[in-house]
Design a protein around this ligand. Sequence first.
Ligand SMILES: Cc1ncc(C[n+]2csc(CCOP(=O)(O)OP(=O)(O)O)c2C)c(N)n1
Length: 574
Amino acid sequence: METETRSKRRGGSAAASRRAAAPAASPTAADVLLKSLRRHGVAQLFVNPGTDFPPIVEGFARAKEAKAEVPRPILVPHENLAMAMAHGAWLVTGEPQAVMVHVNVGTANTVNMLANASRERVPLILMAGRSPIMEQGVFGARNRSIHWAQEMFDQAGMVRELVKWDYELRNPAQAQGVVARAVEAATASPTGPVYLTLPREPLAAAAQGDPRAAEPRAAPAVPHPDPAAVARLAEWIAEAERPLVIASNLGRLPEDAVTLGRIAQRFKLPVVAQTPRFLCLPTDHPMHAGFDSSPFLAEADLILVIESDVPWMPDVKAPGADARIVHIGEDPAFLRYPMRGFRSDLSIAAGAGATLSALEAELARRGARRDVAAEPWARRPEPAGAEAPHITPEHLSRCVGEMAGPDGIIVNEYQLRPAHCARPRPGTYFAVSPAGGLGWSVGAALGAKLAAPERFVVATIGDGGYIFANPTACHWAAEAHALPIVMVIFNNTRYAAVRNATLSMFASGASGRENGLGLADLSPSPPFEKIAEAHGAFAARVERPADLPGVLAAARDAVLKERRHALVNVITPY
Ligand SMILES: Cc1ncc(C[n+]2csc(CCOP(=O)(O)OP(=O)(O)O)c2C)c(N)n1
């Protein structure tokens, strides 16, 4: 027989859960969090939800009813795609982005693209739920069995090395302050991703707190260069006979590419775009010296390394011992890289754009003008593209550039050969982060299209990368969110990068005797175009060089005239 005490205890706890089951009528922390994100310039929230999301779902629904301003929710059916889309939206807007995923498991799925975002310094607020803290008695407490198993001792530990800041919402009154702090941390120079966990109970509780905490605040801006360092650099440029600029991460802001173009032209500075992530100089600029610094390193007597983590590979080719070497960038020593040992005679820790402007002014003030022959000492090599019966990646790159046109945006995983692709206008080329997490470019292109719907956007990707990109999720997002882009697959039915790496070490070894294809063969290659077709896309496969321009033009028409996305599966052996 049940004792009175036991029955009271049971009745008592049932009453407690009934009490706890009442949603707050007043704004919840989730409502406030969403509004605060919008106030901080977050235009859309890329989400992949789970049982941690009800307060967020309710918050969006309440905002719709009340016509309150919150970020636009964008449902994305895979977390890595959500991250790539956020990355792409940042590429074209420069605005902070936000992604929210499901607890530890959703976080785990973001890590590849988070590594990309981290090395590319994308100001991105990655949010995740976490298991409800309470086992009972509080609104939002655990009511699904997974709530026990999904809890971790340190959920943020999974991503801590890849973010600048992490925190957990501990009290509903923090909803405003925590957004302000997350945005501040993500957008302070050098920018980068941050991680915020959101337990269900405080998220669903009535928000209180100081609304002033939600005021957007000025984040520490990109630092300006030390005038003495700029003066010394100007002096070195005036003295140099064979100066060389090596730039990688310059040009997300088109005006920086314009400034570099002016300085390069006026002071005869050849510029190598070394594994560029942006277009640092229009490809038809007379001082463009190509995409490989190695032919010029031995001769250069002054090297300006601008936002370049790996300006050359010391084991392959290094600058001469007497060359002066200058590094310019927000963090020119790349201190988040565990090991990196490039020589430096002058390091300027400042925004590259600000440094170039200051340098231009200083050179002009001195009346400096390099009195040298009209021809640059370092000239761009002629692009070698042999005639072939099949489509070469060089030919494909040229055709993609023509299809994109001067203003179209190309988002390149890495297969497109920039030396063969005309990009005459700044801000029209973006490539994968130096972290090289594959499966990025299609998602980034979709995000760019979402944030800049007026632009024509093309993604280039390998067949291996396309599989990594989670094609069904990508095509679903393109169709569901009406994001007409062109996807071009450089399909060589292999992992060429893996094969090349193997041959670079073991060409004369056993793996060389099997042509380096040991773990690099992707045959049989499925008809990727059929996947796209299933999602309503314009889809085609091309094998003959003569057919390529026509098919790409048709893909462009499908995007521009029919507002459909397109996929062109191009067979290009390399
Ligand atoms: C997420 C991820 N997994 C594995 C790799 C290692 N990796 C680098 S390149 C490459 C091959 C990619 O093949 P594909 O996209 O077809 O391009 P290809 O090298 O053939 O031009 C692989 C597997 C990586 N960079 N990222």
